[in-house]
Design a protein around this ligand. Structure first.
Ligand SMILES: Cc1cc2nc3c(=O)[nH]c(=O)nc-3n(C[C@H](O)[C@H](O)[C@H](O)COP(=O)(O)O)c2cc1C
Length: 235
């Protein structure tokens, strides 16, 4: 059974975030039966305006706003695993990444279309402690709130892959000491490769497992609850 891993580079430039996401996808593609795809958030991507016109049944258009999300929705829905990379802007994810997250509201309304995908998080900031952890936490919160199953790094006990770089391309020199690892150091490439492999393997595990246990029999989402309540409006 094939799985698709979608890498999303959230930076408005072709910079460090994209380098990290590409590296994670290369590692994911080494796992058997894994296909990868990359999208970026460059170009027109508007924030959610809470017009409350999100459809409740899968339509041809998910959002009333016409922009880059038109091409991203089908890729998100098709993916079995997602690796979202965000640059740190003022201590958290940048505006493009937050806009994409908020614009996923219709996918929840149409029956939690992101649920049970596997998610990995990547971030890069110019300073060593510039907000990478909070940015990763924001991505993981988005995963939990959309039903995506987050995975992290086990070898170095991190919530996701973290990079250090300012100008586009500067990240290539980043590494830190880790006495507990045989190689004695951790590079951004190691971290990205681990998150890529973990998302790929766990996407296969989840997809195969769902052939045996259908979670929809046991776990109802917002849409099903709403239907039970006779169509009353919710989040
Ligand atoms: C508006 C803005 C705010 C930023 N804020 C932070 C910050 O709070 N902490 C940090 O470490 N780096 C910050 N940076 C630096 C970027 O995170 C860094 O340049 C990163 O490598 C950009 O990723 P990219 O190359 O993928 O665009 C900021 C950059 C911009 C443009």
């Amino acid at each position: 059974m094939k799985v698709k891993i979608l890498g999303i580079s959230g930076s408005p430039r072709k910079g460090n975030t994209e380098m990290m996401v590409v590296e994670s996808l290369k590692a994911a593609a080494e796992i058997p039966d894994v296909e990868t795809d990359l999208v970026d958030l460059r170009g027109k991507l508007s924030p959610c305006i809470d017009c409350d016109r999100c459809p409740v049944d899968p339509p041809s258009q998910y959002c009333a706003i016409r922009d880059k999300m038109d091409t991203i929705y089908p890729k998100l829905i098709e993916a079995d695993g997602i690796i979202l990379g965000a640059p740190v802007y003022f201590g958290s994810v940048n505006a493009q990444v937050k806009a994409m997250m908020d614009r996923c509201r219709p996918l929840g309304r149409c029956g939690h279309l992101l649920k049970y995908k596997v998610g990995g998080a990547i971030t890069v900031g110019a300073c060593r402690n510039g907000g990478q952890e909070k940015a990763l936490g924001t991505i993981v919160d988005y995963y939990i709130l959309t039903g995506i199953l987050p995975v992290g790094l086990l070898r170095v006990l991190q919530v996701g892959a973290m990079g250090l770089g300012w100008r586009a391309g500067m990240i290539k020199d980043d590494e830190w000491k880790a006495e507990f690892l045989p190689e004695g150091k951790v590079t951004w490439v190691d971290q990205c490769r681990e998150i890529g492999r973990t998302v790929a393997v766990m996407s296969r595990v989840v997809k195969e497992g769902m052939r045996i246990v259908d979670p929809n029999r046991f776990i109802t989402g917002w849409k099903l609850e709403r239907e039970k309540l006779g169509g009353s409006e919710g989040h």
